[in-house]
Design a protein around this ligand. Structure first.
Ligand code: GCB
Length: 621
C-alpha cells in the first residue's frame, strides 16, 4: 500500500503535550499522530456508536506495573480471560458497557463525580477495499485519549472538544478486529482548560465514533469562502492528501452552473477561484446553503456551504457589507432535560430552537467547540456563531507546552468548522488575567487565528476594570489584549457579583478601543419557580423576579453604549457546575439560565425576548 504523509495538525503540539501515558511503550507502534478530515459528517462511515465494554481504571493499572513502569501486557492487549490460565485482572468480554457517544458521568450513578481514566473496547468486522485507507474518527473524547487497534498503538490526542482521525489501515485485518481506547478526564494544571472551570468535567467518548474509508489519495481539507474584496468570487483551496503535484481537482456548484478545475501544487494543495453570478448571500434572514461537490480522482465529497462576508468598519460589524447587530445568547453544550454533554440532533434542535424563540440572530457557543451538529444547524437556521476554545481563566500562560495545546485546539476548531457560514467570530479566550505573559500568549493565538482564517473576526471575552465615580461606577475597557482583537468581548455581572440590579443605571462605560464591542456575558441566577411575593418591589436574589430585574436594568444600560454591536447574556439554560453547591438553590447547577435544565422558561426569558423582538436592544450603527 502506498505510503503517504498525513497533513499533521501541529504534530509539535502533540509531542509537547504530555499525556499520562506518553512514554514510549516497547509494545506499541511509535505512530502517535492524528489528523482531522474536513466534512467527515458527509462521508460514508461505519458507525461504532453504541455499547462499548468499559473498565474504570482509577490507578491506571491498565498501563502501569506496580513499580509505575509501562506494561507490555496492559489492558490494550485485550487478552481473552482464561480462568485456568495466567491470572489476569481484567476481562473486557464481560465488563459492563457504556453508551457511545455519551459522557460517563450521567450514565452510571457511581461515575457522576469520577475524573480519571476509563478503558473502552469494541469489536468490529472489517474487509479492506483495495487502494483505500481507513481512519478511526473520534468526534470528541474528554480529555486525553490513547488508541490501540488489534493491540497496536495508533495515536494519542489531547483536548476534549475537537475531533481527530487516526489512520488505522496498517493495524487492520479482514474479519474480526478490536479497538481499545483509554480516555482520561483528569484535570491537569498544564491542560487547556486548566484546573478551574465553571462547567462539569464530563468525561468519555462524548461524540460519535466511526470508521471512515477513503481512497489512497483523498480530500482531507479545504476552504471555500466568498472573497472580501469581490463578492462575486468564491475563493480558497482544496488539499488532497498524498497527491503529487499536478493532480487535478474539480469543484462544482451545480445551482450556480459553476464548475472549476485546478491542480495541486507540490504541497498537494490546489488554489480555487470560482467566479459566480447572482449568488444568494447567506445571512440570518436568508440562510442559503449551496451544495458544493469537490472531487479529485476517485475521491468525491459533497458539502453544503453558505457564502457571506464578515468584516468590521470602525465600530461596526458588517455582514455582507451591511451593519448588523448581534442579538445573541450564550450556550453551553449541556443536554436539555437529561443533563450531560449535548450531542444529539435533538439536543441541538432544542437549544437552538430556544435561541430562535428568543429572537436571536446569533449565539455564543461557550466555552469550547460544540458538536458539529450545532454549527451545521446554525448554518441552516441562520444563526451567526461565536466559537471558542477553552483558554479559560488562568491557564499556565508562561508555559510553552500549554501554548502548543491551545494552538492545537484552535487549529482543530478552525479546520473542522471553516466551511460553516454561521461562524463569524473565533474566540481565543475567556476572562483571562491581565498579565504580560497572558497578553503575549493570547496575541500569538490571535495571530494564529488570523493566519489560519483571514476571512473571519477574532475576539475574546475580556474582564473589565471598575472605578467608583461620584454618581456610581465607571467600567473601563482597556485590557491590552484588545489591541490584537477585531471585536472586543466583555463580561460583566452588575446586579449579581457586584452591586444591585439598579447599579446598571449609574454605570458608565469608557471603552478605549475604536472597535465593535460585544457584551459577551451578563446576567444572574434564578431558580425556576422561585418567586418573590407578588407586589414585592425589591425581589430577593435567586428569584425569577430579581433575574428579570437584572435584565431590565442591563438592557437600559447597554443601550447607552454607542459602540455596542452585540450581546450574549449568560446563559440560555441552567448547566451543571461543580462550583455551584448551595443546597436547594444550585445543587450543582449554575442557575443563570433563562430556561431551566428541564425547559422551564424563567421571567427574564420573556424580558430579553421582548427586547430582541421589538428591536429595543442595540443598534447596528
Ligand atoms: C463567567 C464565566 C462563565 C461563568 C459565569 C458565572 O464570567 O465566563 O463561564 O459560568 O461567569 O456564572 O459566573
Amino acid at each position: 500500500m502506498q505510503k503517504f504523509a498525513i497533513r499533521h495538525i501541529l504534530t509539535a503540539a502533540l509531542l509537547l503535550a504530555a499525556p499520562a501515558f506518553s512514554q514510549t511503550n516497547p509494545q506499541t507502534d511509535p505512530q502517535t499522530n492524528t489528523t482531522l478530515l474536513v466534512d467527515i459528517d458527509h462521508r460514508p462511515a461505519t458507525s461504532l456508536d453504541g455499547d462499548w465494554h468499559t473498565i474504570v481504571d482509577q490507578y491506571s493499572t491498565g498501563v502501569y506495573t506496580l513499580h509505575q513502569e509501562l506494561r507490555k501486557d496492559g489492558f490494550f492487549m485485550n487478552a481473552p480471560f482464561d480462568p485456568n490460565g495466567h491470572p489476569q485482572d481484567y476481562n473486557f468480554a464481560n465488563a459492563p458497557t457504556l453508551r457511545v457517544p455519551g459522557d460517563w458521568n450521567t450514565q452510571r450513578p457511581e461515575l457522576f463525580y469520577y475524573e480519571g481514566p476509563i478503558w473502552y473496547e469494541k469489536d468490529f468486522q472489517h474487509t479492506a477495499a483495495p487502494n483505500t485507507r481507513t481512519f478511526l474518527h473520534i468526534g470528541a473524547a474528554n480529555y486525553r485519549t490513547l488508541v490501540w487497534v488489534n493491540t497496536r498503538k495508533i495515536c494519542e490526542h489531547e483536548g476534549g472538544f475537537t475531533p481527530f482521525d487516526c489512520d488505522i489501515t496498517a493495524a487492520l485485518h479482514d474479519g474480526n478486529n478490536f479497538v481499545v481506547l483509554s480516555v482520561d478526564s483528569t484535570r491537569i494544571a498544564d491542560g487547556v482548560p486548566t484546573l478551574q472551570t465553571d462547567w462539569w468535567n464530563y468525561g468519555g467518548l462524548t461524540r460519535d465514533v466511526s470508521l471512515v474509508e477513503v481512497p489512497d489519495q483523498f480530500i482531507d481539507d479545504y476552504d471555500l469562502h466568498l472573497s472580501r474584496t469581490d463578492r462575486s468570487v468564491i475563493e480558497g483551496y482544496v488539499h488532497v492528501a498524498s497527491a503529487p503535484a499536478g493532480t487535478p481537482v474539480t469543484v462544482t456548484i451545480a445551482e450556480l452552473h459553476a464548475k472549476v478545475e485546478s491542480t495541486v501544487d507540490a504541497n498537494s494543495r490546489a488554489v480555487i477561484s470560482i467566479p459566480t453570478k447572482s449568488l444568494s448571500l447567506w445571512s440570518p434572514e436568508n440562510p442559503k446553503l449551496y451544495k458544493v461537490e469537490i472531487s479529485s480522482g476517485p475521491d468525491k465529497i459533497e458539502d453544503t456551504i453558505g457564502f457571506r462576508t464578515i468584516e468590521t468598519r470602525g465600530t461596526q460589524i458588517l455582514l455582507n457589507g451591511q451593519p448588523v447587530f448581534l442579538r445573541g445568547i450564550s450556550i453551553h453544550a449541556e443536554a436539555p432535560f437529561r443533563t450531560g454533554r449535548a450531542y444529539t440532533q435533538k439536543d441541538v434542535d432544542t437549544l437552538l430552537g430556544w435561541a430562535k424563540e428568543l429572537g436571536c440572530n446569533y449565539v455564543r457557543l461557550a466555552h469550547y467547540p460544540h458538536d458539529e451538529r450545532m454549527t451545521r444547524t446554525a448554518d441552516r437556521l441562520g444563526l451567526m456563531v461565536w466559537s471558542e476554545i477553552p483558554d479559560y481563566w488562568a491557564l499556565q500562560f508562561d508555559n510553552p507546552a500549554v501554548l502548543a495545546k491551545s494552538k492545537q485546539q484552535l487549529s482543530e476548531m478552525i479546520r473542522r468548522d471553516r466551511d460553516k457560514a454561521s461562524i463569524v467570530l473565533w474566540s481565543v479566550a475567556n476572562e483571562t488575567p491581565n498579565t504580560e505573559a497572558r497578553t503575549k500568549y493570547l496575541t500569538a493565538m490571535v495571530d494564529l487565528a488570523h493566519q489560519l482564517d483571514p476571512t473571519r473576526l477574532v475576539t475574546a471575552a475580556l474582564l473589565v476594570r471598575t472605578e467608583k465615580t461620584a454618581t456610581g461606577s465607571n467600567k473601563i475597557v482597556d485590557d491590552p489584549l484588545g489591541k490584537a482583537l477585531d471585536v472586543i468581548g466583555t463580561n460583566e455581572y452588575i446586579g449579581w457579583y457586584e452591586q444591585h440590579a439598579e447599579g446598571a443605571d449609574t454605570t458608565t462605560w469608557d471603552i478605549r478601543f475604536d472597535k465593535p464591542l460585544i457584551m459577551s456575558e451578563w446576567g444572574g441566577d434564578a431558580k425556576a419557580g422561585n418567586h418573590a411575593p407578588s407586589g414585592d418591589t425589591h425581589p430577593a436574589l435567586w428569584t425569577e423576579e430579581y433575574q428579570a430585574e437584572i435584565y431590565r436594568h442591563q438592557i437600559a444600560m447597554l443601550n447607552k453604549i454607542p459602540q455596542l454591536r452585540g450581546t450574549s447574556p449568560w446563559i440560555l439554560m441552567d448547566f451543571r457546575s461543580a462550583r455551584r453547591v448551595n443546597p436547594g438553590l444550585q445543587d450543582n447547577f449554575n442557575r443563570k439560565g433563562l430556561v431551566s435544565d428541564q425547559g422551564v422558561r424563567k421571567q427574564a426569558f420573556f424580558v430579553l425576548q421582548k427586547a430582541y423582538k421589538d428591536r429595543t436592544l442595540g443598534k447596528a450603527e
